[in-house]
Write a protein that binds this ligand. Structure first.
Ligand code: F6P
Length: 320
């Protein structure tokens, strides 16, 4: 391939720029010209593209956000939108596309591949909700942020003898909450993968009070409920001083961790190797410490594997 394009799609992660950097450098080294699509599939449909030269992506790997901007694009779900996207790629003589995003973005990549433009996906989402890869780009940075925020919340809860329910992102996946909760020594971890009973938690909180432990941090995945409602319920039941915090978009910002940046470089390099061979319809990832690639449809059909052993090990350690 002589000319390819790259886009970032869906919820951003702090590592998207590092992946753009990797894609542009690797492609240029193989003699490919790279066009950057602005605002994901929406920009592709509207023909918003700009050339990306290596010097334009210099020193962006440590910056959160995405220089290409990102969007969620409903039009890409329609035949008309898809046809326009293909037309843009044809108009710009683009032979292949790299899509940095989550599972929804990969479906778009599969569609474009089926329509004759080979597309490769790089898993860019903080949620870690793509079964094919052990880790998605942005996950480690986001859990670092979440763990740091929970630790900060704990200091003020300690000063005031309060209980706090902290809502962590992750959509339907509890990985972020599990890792951030462990790292910040959360007292309770509520995730969609494991059923929980709020009355049990209230009882446990009361028992802890009886033993002189007044502070508790409840790390709760957004997929497991609503922090405010859960805080209200526990306050009502126990009569204790309950607060809630929704960490929200702080988790999508900040400086990417070194591991995330290195992973971005490795995944980008593999994506370009596939493009060089004219291969599309695949996603790259990491499995057992090796960079791997898989058919998009197969990857998306894999059931998510939650680390129950890790969860149980931590709960046992915390007597919960
Ligand atoms: O997929 C990433 C994510 O941050 C999820 O954790 C969250 O549920 C969602 O995106 C929020 O989406 P939006 O940016 O559209 O509010």
């Amino acid at each position: 391939m002589k000319k390819i394009a790259v886009l970032t799609s869906g919820g951003d992660t702090p590592v998207m720029n590092a992946a753009i950097f990797g894609v542009v450098r690797a492609a240029h080294n193989k003699g490919m010209q790279v066009m950057g699509v602005v605002r994901g599939y929406a920009g592709l449909i509207e023909g918003e593209l700009t050339e990306l030269l290596p010097e334009q992506v210099e020193y962006i790997s440590d910056k959160g956000g995405t220089i290409l901007k990102s969007a969620r694009c409903l039009e890409m779900l329609t035949d008309e939108g898809r046809a326009k996207a293909v037309q843009t790629l044809k108009d710009f003589d683009i032979e292949g596309l790299i899509v940095i995003g989550g599972d929804g973005s990969f479906r778009g990549a599969q569609v474009l591949t089926n329509l004759g433009v080979p597309a490769i996906g790089i898993p860019g989402t903080i949620d870690n909700d793509i079964a094919f890869t052990d880790y998605t780009l942005g996950f480690f940075t986001a859990i670092n942020t979440a763990a740091q925020e929970i630790s900060k919340i704990r200091t003020t809860m300690l000063s005031h003898d309060r209980i706090c329910v902290v809502e962590v992102m992750g959509r339907h996946c509890g990985d972020m909450t599990l890792y951030a909760g462990i790292a910040s020594e959360a007292d309770f971890i509520l995730i969609p993968e494991v059923k929980f009973d709020l009355d049990d938690i209230c009882r446990e909180i009361e028992e802890r009070f009886a033993r002189g432990r007044e502070v508790s941090i409840i790390a709760m995945a957004e997929g497991a409920g609503n922090a405010e409602e859960i805080a209200d319920y526990i306050r009502e039941k126990t009569g204790r001083d309950l607060k809630h915090v929704v960490l929200g978009y702080t988790q999508r910002g900040g400086e990417p961790t070194v591991f995330d940046r290195v992973l971005a470089m490795q995944m980008s390099a593999r994506a370009i190797e596939l493009m060089e061979q004219g291969i599309g319809g695949r996603v790259v990832g990491i499995h057992e410490n090796k960079i791997v690639d898989e058919e998009i449809n197969t990857a998306l059909a894999m059931p998510l594997k939650f680390d129950y052993a890790l969860y149980e090990q931590y709960c046992a350690m915390m007597n919960y």
